[in-house]
Design a protein around this ligand. Structure first.
Ligand code: CND
Ligand code: ZN
Ligand code: ZN
Length: 375
């Protein structure tokens, strides 16, 4: 392409610091060895972007380009890149897959040790950045940075997907969908006929419910304090919805009673440490499994009676639904194209990049599931 090897000037949303987000012109340097430059076509706003933007995640470097749920096309590739080429359709991977580390080699783990989650160094593998704005270095976000027309990605953080994939529709596979769905089918391994409860009916929680349904759960209970979320949840297969605000006793007690002793699987898709404990407490003794999916503010901790585990419950958690990202994302895209599940219910709003702040407001006001920014 005509732009290969050159600096590209384009628009991006820069997070200058907590709650300071503005659209600016930036410069995106060409990809170095084992990197690719990608033109982003669609990117969704996830609650994790908001956690970082609102400053509840500590040790984060600003200014930065957030965004981690997207789909795009490769514009150019750096030296040594052999399996990706300009024109390839791709999904950026916020949990990379280097294929070489001890976790990548372990068939039961997807936590590639090259991930930047929690550490937030915000730089490419060689320790430098490809973004500048107004002469200032701009950090990246967990190997992705998608709130920009162009981004540069390490080769280990890119999945090449089907040439026929509809890029405008599949951005939720980059985070929310795969995270929730995989939490049910990979992490919990929901069994047919089981009873599940999903706490938080946002993009991640609804996707966990889709996973429970695809796995054959017979009862899927949705819990949310925002009742506006209930209709859509029912449309995608949630069988009952409850708001803790309508209950005169703690939600874990209500759920234990409703299910005759506790649920088989619970999913915390909010990021609230009190709900995480409730999610563990409402699982059935002897065999119940609780999966933590939500990202809590850095300073929040939880504690619980260890007897909950001694009595045969399992507490688990995972990033990106436990999927080995580079291997599995192309398969998830193929499953979508084979109509194994639908993504359209997850995308409630579409906006141009210039209106990104409006997109964050819709999320904070509980009015959107996913707002997708289209370029
Ligand atoms: P979103 O904010 O859309 O959904 C959360 C839902 O929880 C909303 O519908 C709220 O109304 C509801 N809620 C809030 N507080 C309560 C409460 N006390 N009781 C009941 N319901 C409540 O968020 P999202 O779906 O985009 O993300 C959900 C979480 O998943 C969030 O913490 C995000 O940071 C995290 C996440 C994790 C991962 C991963 O890899 N594990 C990836 N992306 C996002
Ligand atoms: Zn690895
Ligand atoms: Zn996310």
């Amino acid at each position: 392409m005509a732009t290969a090897g050159k600096v590209i000037k384009c628009k991006a949303a820069i997070a200058w610091g907590p709650n300071k987000l503005s659209v600016e012109e930036i410069e995106v340097a060409p990809p170095k060895a084992h990197e690719v430059r990608v033109k982003i076509l669609a990117t969704g706003i996830c609650r994790s972007d908001d956690h970082v933007l609102s400053g509840v995640i500590s040790n984060f470097q600003f200014p930065a380009i957030l965004g981690h749920e997207a789909a795009g096309v490769i514009e150019s590739v750096g030296e040594g890149v052999t399996k990706l080429k300009p024109g390839d359709k791709v999904i950026p991977l916020f949990v990379p897959q280097c294929g070489k580390c001890v976790c990548c080699k372990n068939p039961d783990s997807n936590l590639c040790l090259k991930n930047d989650i929690g550490r937030y160094a915000g730089l490419m593998a060689d320790g430098t950045s490809r973004f500048t704005c107004k002469g200032q270095k701009v950090y990246n976000f967990i190997h992705t940075s998608t709130f920009t027309e162009y981004t540069v990605l390490d080769e280990i953080a890119v999945a090449k997907i089907d040439d026929d994939a509809p890029l405008d529709k599949i951005s939720p596979i980059g985070c929310g969908f795969s995270t929730g769905y995989g939490s049910a089918v990979n992490v919990a391994k929901v069994k047919p006929g089981s009873t599940c409860v999903v706490f938080g009916l946002g993009g991640v929680g609804l996707s966990a419910a889709i996973g429970c349904k695809v796995a054959g759960a017979s009862r899927i209970i949705g819990v949310d304090i925002n009742k506006d979320k209930f209709q859509k949840a029912k449309d995608i297969g949630v069988t009952e919805c409850i708001s803790p605000k309508d209950c005169d006793k703690p939600i874990q007690e209500v759920l234990t009673e409703m299910t005759g002793g506790g649920v088989d699987y619970s999913f915390e898709c909010i990021g609230n440490v009190d709900i995480m404990v409730a999610a563990l407490q409402c699982t059935h003794p002897g065999f119940g499994t609780c999966v933590i999916v939500g990202l809590a503010p850095s300073t929040h901790k939880f504690s619980f009676d260890p007897m909950l585990l001694l009595t045969g419950r399992t507490l688990k958690g995972a990033l990106f639904g436990g999927w080995k990202s580079k291997d599995c994302v192309p398969k998830i895209v193929s499953d979508y194209m084979a109509k194994k599940f639908d993504l359209s219910e997850l995308v409630t709003h579409t906006l141009p990049l210039d209106k990104i702040n409006e997109g964050f407001e819709l999320l904070k006001d509980g009015k959107s599931i996913r707002t997708v920014l289209k370029f």
